[in-house]
Design a protein around this ligand. Structure first.
Ligand SMILES: [Zn+2]
Length: 239
């Protein structure tokens, strides 16, 4: 094939690769953050038992604090009991101690219930932790694949940019200008393959005479419809 069109085809290949790479550069980080979000939600759902267990633990601590307060109060009341002067006061204090003991016993029963519930949950929490650990490993591995892909994007971009610059230097300025103009008007594609008289860019039929010319001539020819620079490409052979 003629040299000019070969250069343009290579240039087009560079441009198309660079477009793909810059799309990846946007999409891959989005993919990573979606993955993270999803994993976070999953994690929260798995940690339900743990949250419940923590809640019970906090309630138990509250109960223990209540008992301590009651005990401290009772010590004081009993001290005061020794200084009581009349029977009425004495009876009132005994009543106070009785009430406090009743409350303490209620709180102690609550603690027993809490401990029982916590006991039941702790087995589940342990299982959930195992599940989560495995899921975390899988999640990190999947993320790593995308992150590697993303860092390859940067390397590939450097490679294709360099390749493009080298090619551009060997293409005549007027030809380059024509290519850039057509490319700009046609979604980034300035050079297009034609096979069986159909432009693979706009999918329109090329007039037979022009199609014959395309296969023989050394001139650069454009698609009459989309204006892209055409080249003949036998897709049966290449397929
Ligand atoms: Zn066309």
């Amino acid at each position: 094939m003629k040299e000019k069109i070969l250069l343009l085809i290579s240039l087009q290949e560079c441009d198309s690769q660079l477009v793909k790479l810059s799309a990846k550069k946007v999409k891959l980080p989005e993919k990573i953050s979606k993955m993270e979000e999803k994993f976070q939600l999953y994690k929260e759902s798995v940690e339900q038992n743990k949250r419940k267990h923590d809640e019970l633990k906090a309630r138990r601590a509250e109960c223990e604090a209540k008992i301590k307060k009651i005990n401290d109060g009772m010590v004081k009341t009993k001290e005061k009991l020794l200084e009581v002067k009349n029977n009425k006061e004495y009876q009132a204090m005994l009543k106070e101690i009785e009430t406090a003991e009743k409350t303490r016993s209620d709180v102690e029963s609550q603690i027993i219930v809490l401990l029982d519930e916590m006991d039941k949950l702790s087995g589940l929490v342990k299982k959930d932790e195992e599940t989560l650990k495995q899921a975390e490993i899988n999640h990190q591995a999947e993320k790593k694949i995308i992150e590697d892909d993303l860092s390859a994007v940067d390397e590939d971009t450097v490679t294709w940019t360099k390749k493009r610059a080298d090619l551009q230097a060997s293409i005549p300025a007027d030809l380059l200008l024509q290519y850039e103009k057509v490319k700009k008007r046609n979604n980034g594609v300035g050079v297009i393959a034609v096979w069986k008289a159909v432009c693979s860019g706009c999918h329109m039929n090329i007039p037979q005479q022009l199609y014959n010319e395309l296969q023989r001539s050394n001139e650069l020819l454009s698609c009459p419809n989309c204006n892209r620079i055409m080249y003949f490409n036998n897709q049966e052979k290449s397929a």
